[in-house]
Ligand binder design. Sequence first.
Ligand code: ATP
Ligand code: MG
Length: 242
Amino acid sequence: MNGVETISTSARAPEDGSAPLLRARGLRLAFGLTEALRGIDLDCHAGEIIAVTGPSGSGKSTLLHVLAGVLVPDEGTVDYDTVRLSELDEAGRSRLRLGTFGFVFQYGQLLPDLSAVDNVTIPLLLAGVRRREALRRSDSWLDRLGLAECSRKLPAQLSGGQAQRVAVARALAAQPTVLFADEPTGSLDSLAAETVMLALTEAARDANTAVILTTHDPRTAAFADWEVVVRDGQTTVGGADG
Ligand SMILES: Nc1ncnc2c1ncn2[C@@H]1O[C@H](COP(=O)(O)OP(=O)(O)OP(=O)(O)O)[C@@H](O)[C@H]1O
Ligand SMILES: [Mg+2]
């Protein structure tokens, strides 16, 4: 399985002993009576690719949102480097999301009226990158993801896999240190899913970007270094029932 290892606890140290970039401890979050997260620990090191798997409703998306500072947990902590997310206000968390984290969703969520290249370039311009540099980065990322010929097309003129690769280019062009991807291949057939995952993982490894993705698909999970299985809001040993 491509070197994927399923682990019982996701709080672990790499062989070189380096500190994790993102460190979560004891995460709990309830939506009313639904306990979506029931005590989750997770470490993610720079450049590491982690697949979060588990049944529908087990808490994967909720976990991703808490790790990214989109949702605030009821209990537990998330530390990014030396920053404790719970000690930031909403504006501080928002700055971290815009400047440090990248996001890819199941349906790329491209802006429908903008070409592929504009979808990648405009967020860079909004983040204050100069036009020439923004265009250089967009062209280079679209090229890396095999999309040079598609750069002038509108999202509706792209295949699902191409559109998803544009979404990956857009996320990586912002040079995030952690990329969060919720079911990035969930709307794709297996060939397109493989193309997207190859592009995503190669590009992320080259840029030393950590990736935390959720997936139902074992073939997508196989691209990760580690698989974290979530069941009923807790991490468990893969394949076990409890
Ligand atoms: N905003 C919300 N309000 C209320 N309940 C929610 C909300 N978001 C998630 N839940 C509940 O929390 C639990 C975990 O949901 P979550 O979306 O994290 O699961 P998931 O593992 O991502 O599922 P899927 O594989 O279907 O995407 C579910 O029981 C879900 O119904
Ligand atoms: Mg989900």
